[in-house]
Design a protein around this ligand. Structure first.
Ligand code: CUA
Length: 662
């Protein structure tokens, strides 16, 4: 029997070998059935830059991944809503304030939908916005420094999922309530029918001469029925002035939503006219609702985050503001809502629907003018489906979720259940191509694909399941993105690459919109950090009661001071480390033995602070954690800790100097 099995095994191997030989002679196909010549299309030779920056949300890791396309190379992970031990974000004293909320310090969140700032409907490479789904917030990254520079808490909300989507000149960024909640929050029985939602419009200060990072403020919130508001996109061109939000659970189920929120054939897209909202605010048709929320921002000059606490927000009740909002019936528990580059077509993703509904903006406007309503819901006019619908793409695929556009009249739809991307002609509503993806695709992204001018070269589906695609890594497998060429009539699979966390949405734009603007250092002469040390001569150690401030410098390859004595158990020590380098890519790190925090990674010209509360007498080392030079390993020092109440003199030395005292 054994012999027989061996024989079969041998025959099997032989067949495989023959198969490989045949394939390599013919089309050089790979195991996945993709011809090897696609490698040329994604190959970026060593030393050369990728053509596109792509920004993928990290999902449950709360971060943003920066990836180069077409190579799929991971360039950076930018911490946003989650602490990052790599560089000390959220651990160092400067950035803790970024993660402050009305619920206290929150070290994590679930980041979903990145959106690039736009000018005239086109991504402009200034900023990237991203939402926090769990403890409702919105963040802004500066694409000169690739740092999170602003986080705004969204009050009167639960589950900020339909966020962040911008208006064509970044006048506003949207947010919305995914989970209906008591508004304002209060203790009451769980019954969604008594809860409400809000659609939030955050005003963005676009003034190029404004030199602070507190650019976002909540302009207004719109009170809406307690449905689950899921996704959004704003109008452009003719639909400029409008934003669209999908909703599900219009059944208002409180429990077992998988059944109870799938009862109705249609839910809604909420169409909001923000120009009308602006007028209602100007006319005083709103209520100032008392509620506490945080607004945190990072100052590039002091290298420090600050929190402002707001105490109220403007809320518009649609009853007081006619023309503000209409419901567009849409089958069935829709997920994405996407507006095509012309601004005319509003494509929904009916995740349980058998059709792909495409609404027409011009028909919607006519339907409003002609009062083609089928009724009202909570006082909001519901338009007649037939009056607004451009077409239903029949039998598109199973589980259509999201849409992006190539700017050539086609919409690309991700289909979760049937694991494919389909390409549909917006005019004729005919599916013209489809390609399988591996597996269970969620969002998809075309560079600029939700803007007025897509760079329609690739589509990047982001897949939830990757079993059998990569070398296994235990029960937990990575999510993945795939790169598909969409320049031809037929889509062409080019590349698989695993991602960090779970990317939901992504954005991309040509690298040349960013590359030349990227900061290489923080100018030392502009460093206004209150504990900055601009030269080794200024380095010092200052005691104030039980608090000790170490004004420390770092330069290749030493710290000043590198010896400190006179610290006592019971002290709290702050090491304020200034990196004196003014050369690109020369960070210094700092780690202190026994510090209950992460290391800090200090960029050239920057100051960062680590807190240390020594517990036991002794002599403890610290060192540079970033391999900065050939003598990096020598970049180290000691702190002597004496018992509580000891009389050991506070003194320090370093950089070749003798002991100094304060
Ligand atoms: Cu500085 Cu290693």
């Amino acid at each position: 029997m054994r012999e027989l099995l061996k024989k079969f095994a041998y025959v099997g191997t032989a067949l495989v070998l023959v198969g490989v030989a045949v394939n390599s002679c013919q089309k050089q196909a790979t195991k996945g059935g993709i011809s090897a010549d696609v490698a040329k299309q994604v190959y970026v030779p060593p030393g050369e830059y990728d053509e596109f920056y792509a920004f993928l949300s990290g999902g449950y890791n709360g971060q943003i991944d920066v990836v180069g396309l077409p190579s799929g190379r991971l360039l950076q992970i930018v911490p946003v809503f989650s602490v990052e031990p790599r560089n000390g974000y959220g651990f160092d004293e400067e950035t803790k304030a970024m993660l402050m909320t009305s619920h206290g310090f929150i070290p994590w969140d679930d980041s979903h939908h990145p959106e690039l700032s736009q000018t005239d409907g086109v991504p402009d490479g200034r900023w990237l916005f991203i939402n926090a789904n769990n403890t409702t917030r919105m963040a802004r990254l500066d694409l000169q420094t690739f740092e999170t520079v602003e986080i705004l808490e969204i009050p009167l909300s639960g589950g900020n999922h339909a966020s962040t989507f911008v208006t064509p000149n970044t006048e506003y960024v949207t947010a919305a309530t995914r989970f209906a909640v008591p508004i304002p929050q209060k203790d009451m029985p769980i019954d969604v029918k008594n809860f409400q939602g809000t659609l939030t419009f955050i005003k963005v200060n676009n003034d190029p001469n404004y030199d602070k990072n507190d650019r976002m403020e909540i302009a207004f919130q719109i009170l809406v029925p307690g449905y689950d508001y899921d996704l959004s996109h704003c109008g452009k061109g003719p639909s400029y002035g409008w934003c669209f939000f999908t909703s599900y659970n219009t059944e208002q189920a409180s429990t077992l939503l998988e059944i109870n929120a799938s009862q109705k054939d249609k839910d809604y897209i909420a169409a909001v006219n923000w120009k009308v909202a602006e007028k209602c605010i100007a006319d005083g048709k709103y209520k100032e609702v008392p509620v506490t929320y945080y607004h945190n921002y990072y100052d590039d000059k002091t290298h420090m985050a600050y929190s402002k606490v707001h105490k109220s927000v403007k809320v518009i009740d649609p009853k007081d503001c006619p023309g503000l909002i209409y419901f567009l019936p849409t089958p069935k528990s829709p997920h994405g809502v996407d507006v095509d580059p012309t601004g005319e077509y509003i494509v929904a993703g009916g995740k349980l629907a058998t059709v792909l509904p495409i609404h027409s903006f011009s028909k919607m406007v006519k339907a409003i003018e002609n009062k083609q309503f089928e009724g009202e819901d909570h006082g909001i006019p519901v338009l007649k489906y037939d009056a607004i619908n451009h077409c239903e793409v029949p039998k598109p695929c199973l589980g259509p979720l999201h849409n992006e556009f190539d700017g050539r009249g086609y919409v690309y739809t991700s289909c979760f259940i049937s694991s494919e991307v389909i390409k549909t002609d917006l005019q004729t509503c005919k599916v013209v191509d489809r390609i399988p993806v591996y597996y269970s695709v969620g969002h998809l992204m075309i560079p600029g694909g939700d803007s007025k001018k897509p760079w329609g070269k690739y589509v990047l589906p982001m897949n939830k399941i990757t079993k059998d695609r990569f070398l296994p890594t235990g029960p937990e497998l990575p999510h993945a993105a795939q790169l598909i060429d969409i320049t031809g009539e037929k889509m062409r699979m080019l590349l698989d690459f695993p991602t960090i966390g779970e990317p939901h949405y992504a954005q991309a734009l040509p690298a040349d919109l960013i590359v030349d603007k990227v900061w290489k250092v923080y100018p030392l002469e502009e460093n206004k950090h209150p504990y900055a040390t601009h030269s080794e001569e200024e380095a010092k150690v200052v005691r104030k009661g039980n608090v000790v401030h170490v004004y420390m410098t770092a330069i290749r390859s030493h710290f000043v001071p590198d010896n400190i004595e006179g610290i006592r158990v019971g002290d709290t020590v702050y090491f304020h480390v200034t990196n004196l380098e003014q050369d690109w890519d020369i960070p210094h790190g700092f780690a202190m033995y026994g510090a209950q925090t992460a290391n800090i990674l200090v960029m050239p010209g920057q100051t960062k602070t680590i807190r240390w509360v020594p517990k036991h007498p002794g002599v403890y080392p610290f060192y540079c954690t970033d391999f900065c030079s050939a003598l990096h390993q020598e970049m180290q020092g000691y702190v002597r800790v004496s018992p509580r109440g000891a009389k050991v003199q506070l003194r320090w030395r370093g950089g070749g100097s003798d002991w100094k005292t304060g």
